[in-house]
Design a protein around this ligand. Structure first.
Ligand code: GLV
Ligand code: MN
Ligand code: MN
Length: 400
């Protein structure tokens, strides 16, 4: 499976550019369909473009579902997303090899547009399924070229006509388990000080609340060689100070704040910019801290904007509340994995986090020796990935 998937959407950096509803995404989706059909699983695409591969009666209810996503961030790693989908198919094969009888319907899922790299909102497929993103909200999404989400879906061959919540489909899911590469070094660090190979796998406890905010800084374009410093209204200055303020406010609060995306107009080397837009990603252990950190960053931006003669406008583009995974399912996973498995929180968002508001949901993490993620350097050892498949199969065997 890896051999077929690895070349798709690979950039010169060695990372991946598999943005929702683009050519590379279509290739990944064709791969998913081929995997489903090769196993005799019933393939379907739901109203929101999520792909499903079913064993048993998909309409019977109380289904056990596993999977993740195949899209990527710009220059993403090979594992964030695909590891969960490949492991899901491999765990299915393992269950068949073990001769397990499926008493409940079972599905592998590929959620559409998890990273939100193209339209700005993360987990679009799972949010639409659950209703945490409305049909109207989805219709308002545009990419950098002004193409709307429905237009992009249509161009990729998916009819967007029925876009929106699917409560009946959701109600037929009895449990969802997502396997994912760990996006930190907690397991690797624990393994450094324990017997080799002891902590390849963890179970998730919670996801920090997080969100994305667009900061628009509007000043005045002017000549870089003739405009006196005191006459400028330079939005780049306000932006730069806001980035530094974000770092400081987050550090003092024990939170995270990142400006990872920026656009500049007119983007000329010898012109004071007229506008800078920067996207803030912020996350914190609790919702109060997150709200306070973002409010402090907004205040710092407005104060600095006042001094620079720059107007600042802040738009919240997405928000995900604190997720505490279902305790009973989490405890069942720990028990099915022999009881000695670490239970970890994460700052990373996942479709599992979105589903957890409606469905008993759990996650497994596979050790990442460097902890690097959202980068071509993201990595997991083959033995650890294999252990992930066995762990997922053990869990699913106990559930199906
Ligand atoms: C998704 O990977 C996110 O946490 O942004
Ligand atoms: Mn990711
Ligand atoms: Mn992911």
């Amino acid at each position: 499976m890896w051999k077929e998937l690895l070349p798709i959407g690979r950039a010169g950096s060695g990372g991946y550019r598999r943005f929702a509803w683009t050519g590379p995404d279509a290739e990944c989706r064709a791969w998913f369909r081929a995997q489903a059909e090769a196993r005799g699983l019933a393939y379907e695409v739901d109203a929101n473009g999520n792909q499903w591969a079913w064993a048993g009666d998909k309409d019977a209810g109380d289904a056990v579902v596993t999977g993740s996503h195949l899209d990527s961030v710009p220059d993403g790693g090979a594992f964030d997303g695909p590891l969960g989908v490949i492991s899901a198919f491999a765990a299915h094969d393992e269950l068949r090899a073990r001769g397990v009888t499926f008493r409940r319907p079972f599905a592998v899922v590929n959620f559409a547009d998890e990273e939100g790299a193209r339209f700005g909102v993360a987990c679009v497929g799972s949010r639409l399924l659950t209703g945490s993103l409305t049909r109207e909200g989805a219709h308002a999404l545009r990419d950098a070229e002004g193409i709307s989400l429905p237009q992009a879906m249509e161009a990729a061959g998916h009819d967007p006509g029925a876009l929106g919540p699917e409560p009946e489909r959701l109600a037929r899911i009895g449990a969802f388990v997502e396997l994912h590469i760990e996006q930190g070094r907690t397991l690797a660090a624990a393994s450094d000080s324990a017997a080799a190979g002891s902590h390849r796998i963890a179970v998730a406890s919670a996801i920090w609340p997080h969100g994305r905010w667009r900061f628009d800084f509007r000043g005045e374009a002017n000549h870089a060689g003739t405009t006196r410093l005191e006459d400028r209204r330079d939005p780049m200055l306000t932006y730069a100070n806001t980035v530094l303020a974000a770092r400081k406010k987050a550090r003092l609060a024990g939170a995270l704040a990142t400006f990872g995306k920026v656009t500049v107009e007119p983007n000329g080397v010898n012109a004071v910019p007229s506008r800078v837009s920067g996207w803030l990603d912020s996350r914190a252990p609790d919702e109060e801290t997150l709200a306070s950190v973002v409010a402090q960053i907004e205040t710092a931006a407005a104060e600095r904007g006042g001094r620079d003669g720059v107007a600042v406008e802040v738009t919240r583009e997405s928000a995900t509340p604190l997720v505490e995974f279902d305790h009973a399912l989490r405890d069942r996973l720990v028990e099915l994995l022999g009881g000695q498995v670490p239970v970890l929180p994460t700052g990373a968002g996942h479709d599992a986090g979105i589903l957890s508001a409606s469905v008993p949901t759990a996650m497994l993490y596979v050790r990442n020796p460097t902890g690097v993620s959202h980068s071509p350097a993201e990595f997991a050892e083959e033995d650890d990935c294999a252990a992930g498949v066995v762990a997922l199969a053990d869990v699913l065997e106990g559930l199906v």
